[in-house]
Design a protein around this ligand. Sequence first.
Ligand code: PLP
Length: 394
Amino acid sequence: MRLAQRVSRIGESATLRVSRRASQLRAEGVDVLDLGVGEPDFDSPRVVVEAARAALSDGMTRYTPVPGIQPLRQALAARYQSAYSAPWGAGDVVVTVGAKAALFELALALFDIGDEVVIPSPSWVSFPEQLRFAGAEPVDVPTDPDDGFRIRAEPVIKAFTDRTRAVIINSPCNPTGGVIGAGDLELLTAACAERGIALIADETYERFVYEGEHASAAALAGRYPETVILVGSFSKTYAMTGWRIGYVFGPPPVIRAVSNIQSHATSNPTSFAQSGALTALAEAEPDVERMIATYRQRRDVLIPKLNELPGISCRPPAGAFYTFPDVSGALCGDMSDSLAFAEKLLEEAAVAVVPGIAFGAEGHVRISFACSTEELERAIERVDRFLSGVPCAP
Ligand code: PLP
């Protein structure tokens, strides 16, 4: 069967490849410690589960309006209004099948073949693939590990050309945990506004900030209403990955286009999952705060231990639940890059991490601390033992 050319422009996500092999080993009875996962290890909050169960029992089993149920759109608008003084109302948001669908629909809505989209890198695996799928070209602008992978406005602005249509800012960042400061975000948004470039802020990890305050693009939407597009998700904040609820706020023409695309793609996000999301916004804050405190504790345990390992170094991530250590000091012989490192670590020590190359950064791996402190400690012991068997590790 001949496949469409656009399929050849995208590849399988390397994050999925590692997790597939980890599952395979687990099925064979191997006790794999999985630090490769990108999802919370917590259950969804009880109140949220109960709300969805009640919605199902009450017959909420039909199509909903394409952009989502009105109470959820209203509650989202109210949340961004009170948290960031955003000017948005219920009509300025589309609820989507996860943030991933929001970003995909945005790519289809905004870009033509040959358009350029600037992305600070390392970046989440799906940004470049979604853009290529839409015919656009991702343009990477590296962030600096020694600067904690902070996103700085100046190098991003320098990468603008006549073909630049958008910038994607993912703060806090998957995979690095790097963030953007309020000053840089403002400079960048102003520069985008001046040139008619869209600023897409993927704030999926908004609530996981360990140093300072989260700088949200929502706070700039009042001043730059034509420029700011914000994508958010219930997946990580509320431990609701399987529910598939995300959303996008933006200028009216963008919201109309996204809604139109959604009407022909998924119709609407799942009805009773939207009920759960509505309850999450209203009642799950204590659960969220408990989860954030736990991630912070794990980060504080993990980072010093990682830095004690031979050939490995990292700075504490400012946000998200990932760290992106430099492992280049441990690479040698037949383990000469991040993919070989991750594969060997999985096969020989039964610890799964994601090779940095999946995110466009060689010499690093992504480690997730969305697992228990006990698992993290056992994994560190295994990595230590593994590294002491690697002949050229210092
Ligand atoms: N954006 C980033 C940066 C992510 O890391 C992820 C998931 O890993 C998503 C978006 C997708 O989230 P969702 O589960 O809402 O589709």
